[in-house]
Ligand binder design. Structure first.
Ligand code: AMP
Length: 441
């Protein structure tokens, strides 16, 4: 199977070739014919499956004909990282088309975004908060939108964006094509899709379980030994780029600092960093200057480093979905990757939940030669290793079709969630600096 079957414009084919895609992925094969025909599509697909190109290519194809300098395609995404990633993918695929895309998200100066909008673009990739701000200020005209993409809809719901999404949809022409992508289908997303999709074609790719090219292993360990185990594991394993997830901003910084002191090429990524440091961490990781990136969950949806060989969950994620998405960072588009998860005695019940969803037992491993018997130093802050609910139990996992569990007060999620909007403040989405409108290169 090749991309030629889609009969895309030659300029678009050039972009596909330049990115080195030789054959469509399953989601591309399944969804592109319907999207190219202008049908509404509900894509149940997780990250790493190639879903961005699955909607970006038909959008570029549509926009090749018709007027320019109006926003004709709107992609709404939960985080600025994901928005940037989509924008970059569109830029790569559309490099020869002269179509322009712009990213719109909060937390950065809005003037460059306004300038780009005034110059005229055909595609906007936006997070909901800033998009609504600019629309309310009359700076963004959504009246020409022909295609709406809601990407990672379940994540947007988790982050409290559903009311904003409904407001955005009210501003769009009723006659349009709508594509909704979600890794899971909680009740509220099912309801939303019932409202916004007309007679949709449903495509399901690898939903609910991590991409099959990833092999999983659990490393049981006491909380106070996690950092030592992490360093030993990386030393002993033949790794390429390693993405390490920690639960809070503080833990992220602390683990990265400890590793740095021990001589590891490491950077950290969390919501409190200055723009320059975020950019340095991300580009340094992508380019191999930092072999290891320690990040909070906010990075889970946004980072696309095709060379990630290992994801290590230093802390267990809060939900089965979060596990799946973190793991989706490795094994992207059929490259193989390993996913290691540190489990403390408190994590045991949750491991059972994950195994239940995966439908298989995950291998337990111990690192030979590692001293698991070192006692905890007195007053170790790792004692309170996980956030608990009021009765001391781990929060229940959220899986496809279950009622979503509201996230707790873990500060790593505070970074990812638009809490500012909830409390009537400004949106916090989109930490990285606005990159400006780019010609789809
Ligand atoms: P996504 O699921 O859209 O985040 O894509 C995951 C990764 O797969 C990205 O690095 C894409 O560049 C890559 N990718 C998408 N489509 C293809 C394809 N047909 N062949 C090879 N890589 C692809």
């Amino acid at each position: 199977m090749s991309f030629s079957q889609f009969k895309l414009h030659t300029q678009i084919e050039k972009g596909i070739e330049a990115l080195g895609y030789t054959a469509p992925t399953p989601i591309q094969l399944q969804s592109m014919p319907a999207i190219l025909q202008g049908k509404d599509v509900m894509g149940l697909a997780q990250t790493g499956t190639g879903k961005t190109a699955a909607f970006a290519l038909p959008i570029l194809q549509r926009l090749m004909d018709g007027p320019r300098r109006h926003i004709r395609a709107l992609v709404v995404a939960p985080t600025r990282e994901l928005a940037e990633q989509i924008h970059e993918a569109i830029g790569g695929l559309g490099r020869a088309t002269k179509l322009r895309s712009v990213t719109i998200y909060g937390g950065v100066n809005k003037n460059p975004q306004i300038r780009s909008l005034r110059q005229g673009v055909e595609i906007a990739v936006a997070c909901p908060g800033r998009l609504l701000d600019l629309a309310d200020q009359g700076e963004i005209d959504l009246s020409h939108v022909e295609v709406l993409v809601l990407d990672e809809a379940d994540r947007m719901f988790d982050m409290g964006f559903l009311p904003d999404i409904r407001k955005i949809i009210k501003k769009l022409p009723v006659k349009r094509q709508t594509l909704l992508f979600s890794a899971t289908m909680p009740e509220d997303i099912r309801k939303l899709s019932g409202e916004v999709l007309k007679d949709p074609v449903t495509i399901r790719v690898g939903t609910g379980t991590p991409v099959s090219t990833v092999s999983h292993a659990l490393y049981p360990v006491e909380p106070h030994l996690k950092t030592a185990l992490l360093m030993k594991l990386i030393e002993r394993t033949d790794t390429g780029s390693v993405l390490v997830f920690a639960r809070t901003k503080h833990r992220t910084t602390r683990v990265a600092e400890q590793m740095k002191r021990a001589g590891f090429p490491v950077a950290s990524l969390q919501g409190n960093l200055s723009q320059n440091r975020r950019q340095d961490a991300l580009s340094g990781f992508r380019e191999g200057k930092y072999q290891i990136l320690v990040a909070t969950d906010i990075a889970a949806r946004g980072i696309d480093v095709s060379g990630i060989s290992h994801v290590i969950n230093y802390d267990m994620p809060d939900t089965v979905d979060a596990y799946t998405h973190r793991i989706g960072r490795t094994g992207r588009a059929a490259k193989t990757g390993d996913a290691f998860t540190f489990v403390t005695p408190q994590d045991r019940a949750f491991v059972g939940d994950i195994e239940h969803v995966l439908g298989e037992r995950i291998e337990r491993r111990t690192l030979t030669g590692f001293d698991y018997n070192v006692p905890a130093p007195s007053g170790s802050s790792d004692a309170a290793d996980r956030p608990r609910n009021s009765v001391g139990q781990r929060r229940a996992p959220r899986v496809s079709g279950y009622a979503p569990v509201k996230r707790g007060n873990s500060s790593s999620h505070g970074a990812a969630r638009p809490s500012g909007r909830r409390s009537g403040g400004r949106s916090l989405e989109g930490f990285s600096q606005y990159q400006g409108a780019s010609k789809a290169r």
